[in-house]
Ligand binder design. Structure first.
Ligand SMILES: *[C@@H]1O[C@H](CO)[C@@H](O)[C@H](O)[C@H]1NC(C)=O
Ligand SMILES: *[C@@H]1O[C@H](CO)[C@@H](O)[C@H](O)[C@H]1NC(C)=O
Length: 324
């Protein structure tokens, strides 16, 4: 009797899974080479396709999750088809100070994602990339030379510009990095940040970068940036801008860490809008630091990442969304 009922439960679960649009089942071997068609990301068959997953945290502060075990968990338990690798550039141990160590972390995550049949975003994570243009060009040249042949990889050239001018500074920077990538990799997706921490998508909408398979970063935090940012992004989409959310949080990012809470209703408004527009998104972040945005509990070991007992309130909501 016991055996019978548990196999019945398994059967029901199996049926339920087969109708769910679980990102963990929509992987590279099924969807292949990505490209941009109009404002949409599409797969190798030209069908509109969504990437849903997790961003790791700064490589310089949480390298304990920049490994195969953690990527395995992000696929299997966080129901993701994409993982983002935000490589710290500045600070005393960032890429500019220790190229070898940072490159090693990025390559570890890229290779883990390839092994797991996942997509992976390589992110140049800083606010002043235009002051380190030569290093950025060199970094993306190396990465695209090594991994450009894999359909798994996406490039994010400049995480969050702040008050730089789009047309005079940010756009010319992206163009130089894109040229270096395209010399090695003619077709994988390149995602470009805009001003005000990648909230000013109105600016590229009025002055786009020429080229193929280029998308534009939008970042939001549900407790900070609300309907006004959805309106701005919708206008940009209506003008033809392809948008990719490489970073979003369920909390208020400007709140003190010990006061932060999760905003489930505001998060749901964002998720509904993202899904209506079939946009792709990665959650900030796989980390166990203080603050409501950490997806995993303090001291979570890498081989337990995303397992149910180790998820925070935010982590649980995000995983449920990835699994939808
Ligand atoms: C951006 O802000 C920084 C610091 O507030 C300031 O030093 C810089 O001049 C500003 N740059 C532009 C292009 O406005
Ligand atoms: C987010 O937190 C900041 C700092 O406490 C506060 O000023 C702001 O009003 C909050 N935003 C929202 C939308 O509640």
């Amino acid at each position: 009797m016991k055996v019978l009922s548990s196999s019945l439960v398994l059967l029901i679960l199996a049926i339920d899974n087969s109708i769910a649009k679980d990102a963990a089942k929509e992987l590279v071997s099924k969807h292949g080479q990505l490209s941009v068609k109009g404002t949409n990301l599409v797969d190798e068959n030209g069908d509109v396709f969504q990437l849903k997953g997790m961003s790791l945290y700064w490589s310089i502060w949480q390298p304990q999750y920049w490994n195969q075990e953690s990527v395995d968990g992000i696929l299997k338990y966080c129901h993701s088809n994409v993982v983002r690798a935000p490589m710290g550039v500045g600070y005393s141990n960032g890429y500019l100070a220790d190229k070898e160590e940072q490159m090693k972390l990025v390559e570890t995550v890229v290779e883990a994602a390839i092994k797991d049949d996942m997509y992976v975003i390589v992110d140049w994570h800083e606010e002043n990339a235009d002051s380190h243009e030569e290093e950025a060009v060199d970094f993306f040249d190396k990465i695209s030379k090594k991994y450009g042949k894999y359909p798994n990889i996406l490039y994010e050239t400049f995480n969050e510009p702040t008050n730089q001018s789009w047309s005079d500074t940010i756009k010319p920077y992206h163009e130089k990095v894109i040229k270096a990538i395209r010399a090695n990799d003619p077709d994988n997706i390149i995602i470009c940040g805009s001003g005000q921490w990648s909230q000013k998508v109105d600016e590229p909408a009025d002055d786009v970068i020429k080229g193929t398979n280029i998308m534009y970063t939008l970042h939001f935090y549900a407790g900070t940036t609300t309907q006004w940012l959805r309106d701005r992004a919708q206008d940009a989409i209506d003008k033809g801008l392809p948008i990719f959310i490489t970073e979003y949080g369920t909390f208020n990012v400007t709140e003190d860490l010990d006061k932060q809470v999760v905003y489930p209703e505001e998060s749901q408004l964002w998720w509904d809008w993202l899904d209506e527009n079939q946009l792709s998104y990665t959650n900030w972040a796989i980390c166990d630091v203080k603050g409501a945005g950490s997806a995993i509990l303090p001291d979570t070991p890498a081989d337990k990442v995303c397992q149910e007992d180790y998820l925070t309130e935010s982590g649980r909501l995000v995983v449920a969304q990835n699994e939808k």
